[in-house]
Design a protein around this ligand. Sequence first.
Ligand SMILES: Cc1cc2nc3c(=O)[nH]c(=O)nc-3n(C[C@H](O)[C@H](O)[C@H](O)COP(=O)(O)OP(=O)(O)OC[C@H]3O[C@@H](n4cnc5c(N)ncnc54)[C@H](O)[C@@H]3O)c2cc1C
Length: 378
Amino acid sequence: MKFSLTAEQQELVEKARTFTKEWVAPNAVKYDRSGEFPRDVCQEAFNQGFMNPAIPKKYGGVEESVLDTCLALEEICTGCSGIGTAIDANGLSQYPVIFAGNDYQKKKFLEPMTQELMFSAYCVTEPEAGSDVSRIKTTAKKIGNDYVINGVKWWITGGSVASWYFVLAKVDDKATGFIVPADTAGIIRGVKEQNLGQHASNTIRITFEDVKVPQEYRLGEEGDGFKIAMKTFDHTRPGIASGANGITKAALNIGLTYAKGRRTFDKKLISYQGISFKLAEMMTKLDAARYMTYLAADLFDQGEDNSRQAAQAKWYAAEVAMWSAVECCQILGGYGYTNEMPAEKLLRDAKIYQIYEGASEIQKMIIVAKLMRTREVH
Ligand SMILES: Cc1cc2nc3c(=O)[nH]c(=O)nc-3n(C[C@H](O)[C@H](O)[C@H](O)COP(=O)(O)OP(=O)(O)OC[C@H]3O[C@@H](n4cnc5c(N)ncnc54)[C@H](O)[C@@H]3O)c2cc1C
């Protein structure tokens, strides 16, 4: 068991830290206020190799380990997790293709993403199906050599900017995954949702009206879709946990700096246990969340089953980020509540980590499901 980063990993962290300092942090307020998509920052992330890390070498990618991706993402999300999500979200739709796609599909849809800045999006959630994916109503009807897709997908990250979508639809009653080019006739994109936080990340509703896709764009067999959609989370949840860890790290640094400088009753805030213990707990919880994240990522990289560990990391890191953001605001007093200081943004941005890619309750259900199959925990 080793708890240190390799020289290459240390270098990656330094590179991500510099990118965050030069590109992410300086643009955080601008994109939070405007709600525009941070295309220029994504372009630079692409130029520096922070986008599409999972694409296999065979298709022009770098095939980075999940652990390395997590290390970089934690740094980026320390600067702005909304921009971090815009940079990272491709992975959610790319993994179904990496996991279940054939050579033709990988070449057609993944390879171009290594050559220029492009986006893709994962379309699973619907108005009546979020946590319970089995309730999706989107249908794909086989007509000749094509499938015709009808349905509505909600809260699709990167939906406005994507060139193609991973779409989960039912063929008869079998959940099936499809790659759908975004310029296909019958795709109607809604307006950007006005979310609580992560304003730099684009979320929209997408309606599919008689959208025709050739059968070559079906991923795996009919009925493989649920497995593909869920397996994807084993790959992406460590990254989500890393984003949450980035928020915790930002909250800790902001709280620490403020507590060291601010004086009340003739003493610095940090000299009061009521304040300093918050920071001690934040640091400890951050380390715990990080190790859980790194373990979940490393298990995936080793080809081991990581569903429980990924759920644990995602749930715990999200709770820690939310709690840390609240405590950071408290340490800053009135400044914690105004947008003059970054604490209120952290609070708004943190909440989504308890919801997307499976809400906290769903992560606990995954953990329990694994425990049900365990006679004794060692
Ligand atoms: C900003 C944003 C971006 C998103 N991006 C994407 C995307 O790119 N692609 C995509 O497909 N989806 C996306 N989503 C959807 C997201 O994954 C879902 O919102 C999430 O899975 C929860 O589903 P739901 O909203 O339908 O809540 P519901 O499933 O209706 O759940 C409501 C609440 O009840 C809890 N709950 C549900 N069932 C149980 C249970 N059995 N026991 C205890 N508690 C339960 C949930 O945890 C939650 O707290 C995004 C959502 C947001 C807000």
